[in-house]
Design a protein around this ligand. Structure first.
Ligand code: GDP
Length: 352
């Protein structure tokens, strides 16, 4: 079969002649979800975390069919050693058949390059908290109706396929962030693994997640009245966590079709081939459960942050009240001591 490269190092652009799988997919949502999204539009923020070179930018470009990083500077090995984690947010507006999504991608450049493990995820944790703090301030302000929601709704955590499991830094980082954000684990560059190796790696990661009491995002069950096809699809999504991803900047023309893939001497590895890549499943999961990811962020993680903040405030207020009370008692005591001293003086005077 004749295979010709059609793009070089550029993400595939949305092409109206392509079949429907080439769209981001909002238009193919189950009707109930589609109706809700069409009405309000959506603000959705994804944070991507993983060592540089694992394919984060490529995946994001493939997922949302936009070139979010046209002029990205790839650091040299020396720069990597020096740099701390730099957080970079880019926003794009996607509109597809009437559905509007304001998508923000938060990239974490230099993660994993720093030799001090904690330094790698402390800034991520601070960034997540800062977005909660901003929302909390806006929520208690005057302009409550038009709050921009920049909270992180989903964190795609990239795991290297070369390590065959989670590294100590992956475990530490997930543990530091799992009570703040929905973590979705991803095996990066899954084309480096054979079928058996991939099955084993998924099992190892799930076991490590369980043993370390890490709470990753739980895909919810479908409503009982949802159609059978969606229920089955949802079950498949649940089974394939962690998602094994293959992504690419290139497209090839095969038999008149444009295929996103990676060309090897033995053949073309297709990004959207469900036999060895969970790319389409990850995209479906993000779209079908976008609303749930937002709700969990608001009702669980943000609420945690808010109530911790309130408790801390109460504690500080109580502490201040206590301090004030002690100060008042102190003044009262000194006043009584003065009176006693004066009476004593008076008595001694009289006795003379
Ligand atoms: P980032 O630093 O994590 O954002 O990584 P990039 O997206 O810049 O990708 C780094 C390199 O990995 C590029 O040369 C990509 O072509 C390549 N790459 C991306 N995804 C894959 C993949 O799934 N498999 C393989 N083998 N290489 C990939």
């Amino acid at each position: 079969m004749n295979i010709t490269p059609t793009t070089e190092n550029r993400p595939r652009q949305k092409d109206n002649n392509d079949d429907k799988s080439n769209f981001v997919g909002f238009a193919n949502l189950p009707s109930q979800i589609h109706r809700k999204i069409t009405k309000r539009g959506f603000e959705f923020t994804v944070m991507v975390v993983g060592e540089s070179g694992l394919g984060k930018a490529t995946l994001i470009n493939n997922l949302f069919l936009t070139d979010l990083y046209p002029e990205r500077h790839i650091p040299t090995a020396q720069e990597k050693l020096r740099q701390s984690v730099k957080i970079d947010a880019s926003t794009v507006e996607i509109e597809e058949r009437g559905v509007k999504v304001r998508l923000t991608i938060v990239d974490t450049l230099g993660y994993g390059d720093n030799l001090n493990g904690t330094e790698n995820y402390k800034s991520l944790s601070n960034y997540i908290d800062n977005q909660f703090e901003r929302y909390l301030k806006d929520e208690s302000g005057l302009n409550r109706r038009n709050i921009a929601d920049n909270r992180i709704h989903c964190l795609l955590y990239f795991i290297s396929s070369f390590t065959r499991g989670l590294k100590p830094l992956d475990i530490e980082c997930m543990k530091a962030l799992h009570h703040k954000v929905n973590i979705v684990p991803i095996i990066a560059k899954a084309d480096a693994l054979t079928t058996i190796e991939l099955i084993r790696m998924k099992q190892t990661i799930l076991q490590q997640i369980h043993d370390n009491h890490i709470e990753i995002y739980q895909i919810p069950d479908c409503d009982s009245d949802e159609d059978e096809e969606l229920k089955e699809k949802n079950l498949e999504l649940k089974k394939c966590i962690p998602f094994a991803i293959i992504s690419s900047e290139r497209t090839y023309e095969v038999g008149g079709k444009h295929i996103q893939g990676r060309m090897y001497p033995w053949g073309l590895v297709e990004v959207e081939n469900n036999n060895y890549s969970d790319f389409l499943k990850l995209r479906s999961m993000l779209i079908i459960h976008m609303q749930d990811l937002q709700e969990v962020t608001h009702e669980v993680y943000y609420e945690n942050y808010r109530s911790n903040k309130l408790q801390l405030k109460k504690f500080i207020d109580n502490d201040e009240k206590q301090k004030k009370l002690i100060q008042e008692k102190d003044i009262e005591l000194r006043r009584m001591q003065d009176i006693l001293a004066k009476m004593q003086e008076h008595l001694t005077e009289k006795q003379k």
